[in-house]
Design a protein around this ligand. Sequence first.
Ligand code: KG4
Ligand code: ZN
Length: 363
Amino acid sequence: MLTLGIETSCDETAVALVDNGRLLGEKLATQIDVHALFGGVVPEIASREHLRVLPRLFSELLDETGVKPDEIENIAVARGPGLLGSLLVGVSFAKGLCLSTNARLVGVNHLWAHLLAPGLEQELVFPAIGLLVSGGHTHTYLIKSPVEFELLGRTLDDAAGEAFDKVAKVLNFPYPGGRYIDQLSQESEPDTKLFPRAFIENQSLDFSFSGVKTAVANYVASHPELVFDEMADAAAINALSGDRREALSRVCASFNWSVADTLRIKVERALKKADGVKSLIVAGGVAANSMVREYMGRVAAENNLTLTLPGLSLCTDNGAMIAYAGWLFGSSGYSHDLALEAIPRGRVVPLDWTVNGDKSANE
Ligand code: KG4
Ligand code: ZN
C-alpha cells in the first residue's frame, strides 16, 4: 500500500513515501534559520513558509521516486497537535490531493507518529511504554498496539525540549539550543546538587520542567561570565576553551542530568503501574540527547525490555514518520473523510476515524 506522508505541524515542512512499511523517499525543508532570528517559532511565518515550499517538495518527491500521483493509495497528514495555521496548510493540501486522486485520507496524531517512527528501522514490540520528549510535548503512554495509546503522564508546564531551548537562550546559544547543551554536557560530570529534579516527590507520572529552567536562569544570572555577549553560533561554542568551557560544560551537564534523571524516574514509575510491558520506545527531538539515550538504555536493560530508540534523523519532525503511521493505520482499515479537522496544541486529538467504513466503531 503506497502511502504519502505530509508533516507541517511546526517548523519543518516534510513529505515522504512509504510502500508497505518501507521508506521509498523523503523531502524535508526546515525553517530553523528563519525562526532563529526571533529566538523561537513565529506561527504566522511558519504557515506562510509551509505554503511556499510544500508543493515544491511534493513534486520533487514524485520526480525522485518516479511515483505518479494516481498511484498513491493512502494520503496521511499530521492533523495535530501543532500550530493551527501550519497544520491547516498540510491538511488542506492532503484533502485537495485526495479529491484529485481518489486516495484514502488518514489523519495522523503527530505524537503517535513520533513513537511509531522507529518501526521503519526495527520491529515494534507491544505492549510498550512510550516516552515522547520533544520541543512541544513530554508525554508517557501505554501503547497496546499501533492504534491503542493510553496517556499516562504529561508535562504540567514546559516540555523537556522547551526547557532545553529556554536554558540555551539564557546562555545565548543559537535556537534551538538543545543539541549544544548536549554537546557541552558530554565534556563534564554533572553536579547533581546544582539543580533540582522537579516534581518527583510524589506518585504522579506527570512532569514539570519550568522550575529547573528557572533554577538554571537564576544560577546563570549570578554567574554572568558564563553567558555569551551576543548570540553565539556553533563555531563560537566550539571555539570556547579553558576554565570558561569547563564551567559552562558543568552547568550544561548538571541541567541535562536533572532532566534526564527526572525522565528516568517517571518512566520507571510508569513501568511499575503498567502490566506486561515488553518494550520501551523513546521518541521526539530530545530522544537525540546522549544522556537521555544512555539512561533509557539502562532502564530497559534493568527491566528486561526491548529498547526502541529511533536513529537521529527520525527523532526530529519528519515526513517518514507520518507516512509510516499512516500506512499502519490505513492498512488496518482506518481512515478519515474530508471533514478531517486540524487540532491545535492543547486540544485532545479525537479518535474520529472510520474503521473499515464503520464510523460508529470509535464514537
Ligand atoms: O520533535 P522535535 O523536532 O519538534 C517538536 O515536535 O517539538 O523536537 C525539537 C526539540 C527542540 O527543543 C530541540 O532543542 C530538542 O528537540 N533537541 C535536543 C537535542 N536535539 C534536539 N534536546 C536535547 N539534546 C539534543 N541532542
Ligand atoms: Zn514533533
